[in-house]
Design a protein around this ligand. Structure first.
Ligand SMILES: Cc1cc2nc3c(=O)[nH]c(=O)nc-3n(C[C@H](O)[C@H](O)[C@H](O)COP(=O)(O)OP(=O)(O)OC[C@H]3O[C@@H](n4cnc5c(N)ncnc54)[C@H](O)[C@@H]3O)c2cc1C
Ligand code: SF4
Length: 543
């Protein structure tokens, strides 16, 4: 007979959002079941897979291939494209997102840049008359930001006066790590152009923290930190397990049951052989990331909720956002030695906010600090060189190669929409996600100026062999698809990530974010998950 699966809190997804909620619930003594579509991931195996990956994949920054790809829980992979995520529209290249399915989720191969959004990012509509407002102000999320920084272990530029920046009541848990040679020199070279290049707050240890070692700066963060100095969510999944939470790996949630009050009563999942199981609970949390959360809600449509769970507003899957990027690479006149330290050490932040946001998007500019050796090697080989000449060319290109990016804020637009593919299904018969994406005029206007900024930087560094991406690139900051708002008619969740339609259903995901800001979004997602946790615990107390 099938086991009776039931818990106070049932969570779908073991990424940072799901694991943060699970940890808070388990700490409070509640019973927790976590359903995870993918398998458990073994760090040593991923490190080995990365070492053995073909040089071409490494030079193209392929971070997905080292991770196990199982047929019942496919994630995106583009080398070659496994066709899991279908994107069309004028800017399809800008939405080819990276996600990992497995215990711990996508932060296994993030870069750990852990930014707070600015005060105005939360009130975009009220301040600049465009986009949407969050259902709360910066002041209301500030304590959760700090808690998220403590849980992750964020190092940041304590004592530096950076403008604009988000006001802090407490210092970062750790001080920043020292720049490597490239970040130091880049900061000097762009200053005369009016660019303030400042340290990125990072979820990696500048000193031993939370039983994990200090970062040794070997630049392997994407696709995996071999020593665990970079935070990833498996740490919180394990902490929750140690407190009694149960993780069921290889469990693909696909349906939800509702009662007469439209509360959720059960979630159903498939195992890899498509056997179906049912889990009952008091509160349910979907934390399946910005793509899979709206997909699951649409898939789980039932008689009472024919447009999908939590979708009376028809906003589930709409307003998909990210930070469309433009990339530029070149050979600098002097050796820069990119690659000392972690992969994202610094960033130009003084274009993150300003009055122009009423007309075009704010931007973040930065230099990727990803070591250039794989690219240098591929290029030198393609030149037909051998022996000493090959060696010299690789050394030269590794030292002089530079990658710069500009990331743009996008506005929530209902036409940027995720739907269930009518053509493609996975091994379990579940439709693949399909996204329509158009970055819009707000971004396109800004991008004209961004290209000029990039050219100015290339000039300041004496760049040759300049190559700039013509299409927008994705940044994996998947936001908006289950958007937050005060009005149930045009939003999916409230300011606590509770769905308007189902009292006991919370969505802990970047999908809840109402505006994309300019910077990496996971710290904000983590803070939202902590806010949702507090609300769930309040509910439980009153129940
Ligand atoms: C290469 C790369 C670099 C990045 N760098 C940064 C960075 O520097 N800073 C930053 O802020 N962000 C970064 N990001 C983004 C960051 O990784 C994500 O924002 C974050 O991991 C999202 O966390 P999550 O918990 O919402 O989702 P995930 O971590 O994706 O976890 C969701 C989990 O849900 C599971 N799941 C999905 N569907 C189901 C289902 N039906 N049933 C059961 N389980 C399911 C998945 O298997 C997955 O394990 C990066 C992303 C990539 C790809
Ligand atoms: S630089 Fe090395 S030690 Fe530091 S976080 Fe990245 S991979 Fe880990």
């Amino acid at each position: 007979m099938a086991e009776d699966l039931s818990a106070d809190v049932v969570i779908v997804g073991t990424g940072i959002c799901g694991s943060f909620v699970a940890h808070e619930m388990a700490k409070a003594g509640l019973s927790v079941i976590m359903l995870e579509a993918g398998p458990r991931i073994d760090r040593d195996e991923v490190v080995e897979n990365w070492r053995n990956m073909p040089p071409h994949n490494k030079s193209e920054y392929d971070y997905a291939t080292p991770y196990p790809l199982v047929p019942w829980a496919p994630h995106t992979n583009y080398f070659p494209d496994n066709g899991y995520l279908h994107v069309d529209g004028p800017d399809r290249t800008a939405y080819m997102q990276g996600i990992i399915k497995g215990v711990g989720g996508t932060t296994w191969h993030w870069a750990a840049s852990s930014w707070r959004y600015l005060v105005n990012d939360f009130q975009l509509k009220s301040t600049y008359g465009v986009g949407r407002d969050y259902a709360f102000t910066y002041d209301e999320i500030e304590p959760y930001y700090f808690k998220a920084e403590q849980e992750i272990g964020v190092c940041g530029p304590n004592g530096m006066d950076i403008v604009p920046s988000a006001p802090r009541k407490q210092p970062w848990p750790m001080d920043s790590m020292p720049y490597g040679p490239a970040d130091r020199r880049f900061t000097e070279l762009v200053k005369p152009l009016g660019f303030e290049n400042t340290p990125v707050p990072q979820g990696r240890n500048s000193r031993p923290y939370d039983n994990r070692p200090q970062c040794c700066g070997n630049n392997n963060c994407m696709p995996i930190c071999p020593i665990g100095a970079m935070y990833h969510a498996v740490y919180h999944a394990q902490k929750a397990e140690a407190l009694g939470a149960r993780i069921i790996p290889n469990a693909v949630a696909y349906a939800m049951e509702t009662d007469a009050q439209n509360n959720i009563t059960a979630i159903k999942y498939y195992d890899p052989d498509k056997q179906s199981f049912r889990v009952t609970g008091k509160t349910f949390v979907i934390a399946a990331n910005g793509i899979e959360t709206p997909k699951l809600l649409l898939l789980a449509a039932n008689d009472r909720n024919p447009r999908g769970i939590a979708n009376s507003s028809d906003q589930v899957g709409r307003n998909m956002m990210d930070h469309p990027g433009i990339g530029m690479s070149f050979q600098a006149a002097e050796p820069m030695w990119v690659g000392g330290g972690s992969v994202q050490m610094s960033s130009i932040t003084n274009h993150r906010d300003g009055p122009w946001r009423s007309e075009y998007s704010a931007i973040q500019i930065g230099m990727n600090n990803t070591a250039q050796n794989s690219r240098a090697g591929m290029k030198a080989l393609s030149m037909g060189l051998v022996g000493h000449k090959l060696d010299e060319e690789i050394r030269k290109r590794s030292a002089h190669g530079v990658d710069i990016y500009v990331n743009h804020e996008t506005l929530a637009h209902p036409d940027n929409r995720l739907t269930l593919s009518t053509q493609y299904k996975d091994k379990l018969g579940i439709p693949h996600p399909h996204v329509y994406y158009d970055v819009g005029e707000y971004v396109r206007t800004s991008a004209v100026k961004s290209r000029q900024h990039l050219m100015n930087i290339a000039k300041a560094l004496g760049g040759t062999e300049i190559s700039m991406s013509q299409n927008f690139t994705p940044n994996n900051h998947i936001t908006g698809g289950t958007i937050m708002g005060k009005d149930p008619r045009d939003s999916v969740v409230d300011g606590w990530c509770r769905t308007h339609d189902h009292r006991n259903l919370f969505l802990a995901t970047g999908g809840a974010m109402a505006a994309a800001g300019t910077v990496n979004s996971t710290l904000t997602m983590a803070a939202l998950a902590l806010r949702a946790s507090e609300e769930i615990l309040r509910d439980m107390k009153h129940a």
